[in-house]
Ligand binder design. Structure first.
Ligand code: GTP
Ligand code: MG
Length: 491
């Protein structure tokens, strides 16, 4: 059962229905606001009924404060009082969060049986009154306007949603399943963007690359920057030259494809990039790729004495670069003249040991995606918004149609920068470490923070949108253990 997240989740059910038991493995302890637990804090214990009014006062404050911050809040009370329910619903609406009810629809006899087995059973008449209220609650809930009312069949393992919002079924296309293609039909490439390698750069790189290989990644990509970019780190953090670094990784003999994401076209003449990639292909037995883009970080150019022409010129150069590289990698040494590129000969050895995929990075609709459609093997888009991704794929395909290129010759790849945690607690610990001054809920939403399973669900949707390869860069990748923790994404 997929519940929205973040969201207000109101548990509803009589004593012993299994509300607390349902919530415990699914949510962090801090996300569950329980009237019983608060009775134990403001009163003598979870069953101190004299403390109820104070406990609910604190509960309302906590629920309101968490929702206002956009944080998931699970309200663990009986949930049978319509006035309280509507107040929580209003608070979620005010915060712009989805509001759902999880109805623990446990048979009455089972609630009674569990109740009598407890250390402190609820008095029988009290439970009878709860069960009576619970009989009508489903009808009331449907009238209250919740985004989702999900009934949990507690005795079976199946969760049965009774009222789902409109949803579009995702049909996964039949993709060719090849080497290192996951059961989702995707290949993933680990993009390494930060290099906390301490005193031993080569040892660190070796460990990271071996871990990526072991974790089932299809490839490893390095950023190509002359100064670390502010999105990733500080200007004085190390950011190594990628082709030299990939050469070192090539020496490890892993099964990884190796390349850049992305090389700015401004850094090297295209012929030199073609030479570097062909050399890497020769050294890896044909497992090199080139991600290439127009470049954007003006500061690194100025600092290194490299020209940074206007965008239109960089895009012209990007197109010529792809054409030049392809010409230099093709068989023979004949001259080349096309698409604004004139080469008197295409003598360049070693030739690549296999096809070198050119991935054009960037989502520019008019030029970048047209260059990808016309000349490249793949485009590389950002993923934070699935609707936007679907739209950009449409733009790419329109360019393909327009230039007369079969759509399936241009693979759709994405750059994914999510926070990935082992479990919900780990996800939120990472968010808390990484968020800086950004509000936790905002940072979590921006980085799509989730567990491996959560990201697998999302990646399945990406595959449904036509994505074939995910370039994955987590913002806190520091050790081989961090890489191995991503293994589930490649299963
Ligand atoms: P209150 O807090 O009193 O309102 O009850 P609750 O709805 O939170 O019920 P809770 O989760 O505490 O579960 C009550 C008892 O039922 C506990 O002893 C649980 O171990 C047991 N229980 C809960 N869910 C299940 C279930 O799915 N199967 C079985 N067999 N027992 C369950
Ligand atoms: Mg409980």
């Amino acid at each position: 059962m997929q519940l929205p997240d973040p969201a207000l989740v109101v548990l509803v059910g009589a004593s012993g229905a299994g509300k607390s038991t349902w919530a415990a493995p699914r949510y962090r302890a801090q996300e569950v606001v329980s009237s019983d637990a608060l009775r134990g804090i403001v009163g003598s214990g979870p069953h101190d009924l004299d403390a109820s009014a104070d406990a609910f006062g604190v509960l309302e404050t906590i629920v309101e404060a968490r929702l206002r911050r956009g944080l998931t809040t699970v309200v663990d009370t009986l949930g049978l009082d319509p006035t309280r329910r509507l107040a929580w619903l209003a608070a979620a609406r005010a915060a712009g969060l989805p509001a759902v009810v999880v109805l623990l629809d446990t048979p009455e006899a089972e609630c009674r049986r569990r109740n009598s087995a407890r250390d402190r059973p609820v008095p029988a008449p009290v439970l009878a009154a709860q069960l009576k209220t619970a009989r009508d609650v489903r009808r009331q809930l449907e009238a209250e306007g919740w985004d989702l009312v999900a009934a949990v069949a507690v005795e079976s393992t199946a969760d049965v949603p009774v009222a789902l919002p409109d949803s579009v079924p995702v049909s996964a296309p039949a993709l060719p399943v090849g080497d290192r293609t996951s059961s989702l039909g995707l290949r993933s490439v680990l993009q390494v963007s930060r290099f906390p390698w301490g005193e031993e750069p080569l040892a660190w790189l070796t460990d990271i690359a071996r871990a990526a290989d072991e974790a089932g990644f299809a490839g490893l990509a390095l950023m190509d920057h002359l100064i670390q970019v502010p999105q990733v780190g500080r200007a004085w953090d190390p950011i190594p030259e990628p082709w030299v670094t990939l050469g070192a990784i090539a020496g490890l003999g892993t099964g990884l494809e190796l390349g850049t994401l992305c090389t700015p076209v401004t850094f090297r003449p295209a012929g030199v990039t073609a030479k570097a990639a062909a050399t890497l292909s020769a050294l890896t037995g044909g497992r090199a790729f080139v991600g290439i883009g127009a470049g954007w970080f003006e500061r690194e150019h100025a600092a290194h004495g490299i020209a940074f022409p206007p965008a239109r010129e960089r895009l012209d150069e990007l197109e010529r670069a792809v054409v030049t590289m392809k010409a230099l990698w093709s068989a023979g040494t004949k001259s080349y003249d096309g698409h604004g590129v004139v080469l008197p000969e295409t003598t360049s050895y070693p030739r690549p040991a296999g096809p070198i995929q050119v991935v054009v990075g960037g989502s520019g609709e008019r030029r970048t995606l047209r260059i990808a459609a016309r000349h490249a093997d793949a485009c590389n888009l950002r993923t934070t918004d699935e609707a936007e991704l679907a739209r950009l794929v449409g733009v790419l395909h329109a360019h393909c149609d327009d230039v007369g290129r079969p759509r399936d010759e241009v693979a759709v790849t994405v750059l994914d920068l999510p926070v990935v945690g082992r479990d919900r607690d780990d996800v939120w610990a990472r968010v808390e470490r990484l968020r800086g001054r950004t509000a936790a809920a905002t940072y979590a939403a921006r980085t799509l923070a989730a567990t491996v399973d959560g990201h697998r669900d999302r990646w399945a949707r990406l595959a449904g949108l036509g994505v074939t390869t995910v370039f994955l860069a987590t913002p806190d990748l520091g050790s081989p253990e961090d890489v191995l923790a991503l293994r589930g994404l490649n299963a």
